[in-house]
Each structure stands twice: as C-alpha cells, then as structure tokens.
Write a protein that binds this ligand. Structure first.
Ligand code: DX5
Ligand code: ZN
Length: 218
C-alpha cells in the first residue's frame, strides 16, 4: 500500500482550508507542508502558524518538510503547532543525530531529507533515529519542476538496507511526482509519494489523485 501526500505549495493559499479538505475527501493519506526560509532555498513560504491553522481542519497527519537553516530553533514550535512528521535536511544539520532525537522527544515522527546530490552514506549512522527518509527528486525550492531520475538508484539502495536491517522506516519521494514518474518510485521502494502540481493543478483533483495512486499500485 502506498500513500499520497499532496503538497499544499501548489494549492490556492487564499482558501487553504477548503483545499486541504478537498484532497482529504479525495483520498489523500497525509498533507505535505513545505516550509522555506529564503536561505536554505531561494523561496519563502509558510511557518508554524499555518500548521496551527490547518491542524483543526483535517484529521490527516501533517507532514512538515523543513527547508530551512538552523531547524533546531523551530522544531518545538512546529511540534506545538500540530506537526505529525517533521523532516529536516541533512545538508542543514550540523548535529543531525541530536536534531532527530529532539524531534522524537517532542512526540513527533522524525524524518531526514536528502537533496538529489546527497549520498545515502550521510544518513547511515542515524537510521535508528528516523521514522522516515525523504528523497528529493527535484532541487528544493519550487513546485512544478521536472523529476530527476538519477535519484532512484539511491532509493533502491536504501530500501535494500532497510529490508536487510529490518528497520521500520518509510521512504518518501518529493518532487515531480505524477502518474508516470510514480511507477519507478514505487518500484525503487517508496511508500509515501508527495504530489503538488500533479494534484492541485488538475481540474479534477480527486480524479488526478486517484489516477496517480492507481498508477503507483499497479
Ligand atoms: C519542493 C517541495 C515539494 C513541491 C513538490 O521544494 O519540497 O514538496 O511542492 O511539488 P511538485 O509535486 O509540483 O513537484
Ligand atoms: Zn516538500
């Protein structure tokens, strides 16, 4: 079973609550929230107040993807705001092990994110500390970019390690996921698929979400 996590980055921010309710009704399993600070990535989006505002709107888990420098300074705020998952970029964490422990100590599921060029060796010593590994299949910062296929061998490599070591870790893929690119993602071992523009830019979001999911489960 795979899970689809629509990214609200591609939603209409003027009616965010309705957008979230729409994809929940359409069968989404998580809501993916892209937090950008204008430093780690060249774009600025939303902070903990948006997570807090959305918390009562949906019963789905809120999957908070932090594309920010110094994430340690904000983890507690995002936890209090109602995040269910907090994922941090390995490239932004000097003390990654401590950061992941901090996330879990707040009762939140911990995740680590790898940019397209970052090798999985960077996370091999923190696998006991994570509930989720997120692979970027675009360079973070913007929705609507083209899927980078060369990331997939890393995904496969990690899913083999997870299987061998029998670790309870989910693999998530983010960036350029649509009904075509989802197929090799699932083959490589992904279980959670983020989809922004492929869902929210469709005229019929429910149909688009179901088509993407069906393609992944085929
Ligand atoms: C990119 C974000 C993604 C983005 C995905 O920096 O992390 O979550 O919203 O959007 P699509 O699915 O349009 O590539
Ligand atoms: Zn994201």
């Amino acid at each position: 079973m795979i899970k689809i996590a629509p990214s609200i980055l591609a939603a209409d921010f003027a009616k965010l609550a309705d957008e979230v309710k729409e994809v929940e009704a359409a069968g989404a399993e998580l809501i993916h929230i892209d937090v950008m600070d204008g430093h780690f990535v060249p774009n600025i989006t939303m902070g903990p107040i948006v997570v807090e505002a959305l918390r009562p709107v949906t019963t789905l888990p809120l999957d908070v993807h932090l594309m920010i420098e110094n994430p340690d300074l904000y983890i507690e705020q995002f936890a209090q705001a109602g995040a269910d998952y907090i994922t941090v970029h390995v490239e932004a964490c000097t003390h990654l092990h401590r950061t992941l422990q901090q996330i879990r100590s707040l009762g939140v599921k911990s995740g680590v994110v790898l940019n397209p060029h970052t090798p999985i060796e960077m996370i091999q010593h923190v696998l006991e500390e994570v509930d989720l590994v997120l692979f970027m299949t675009v360079n973070p910062g913007f929705g609507g970019q083209k899927f980078i296929h060369s990331v997939l061998p890393k995904v496969k490599q990690l899913s083999e390690i997870i299987r061998e070591r029998n670790l309870p870790i989910e693999i998530e893929i983010d960036g350029g996921v649509n009904e075509e690119t989802i197929v090799p993602c699932v083959e490589a071992g992904a279980t959670i698929l983020v989809a922004g523009s492929a869902v929210f830019n469709a005229s019929d979001r429910a149909a688009a979400l179901q088509r993407i999911k069906a393609a992944g489960e085929r």
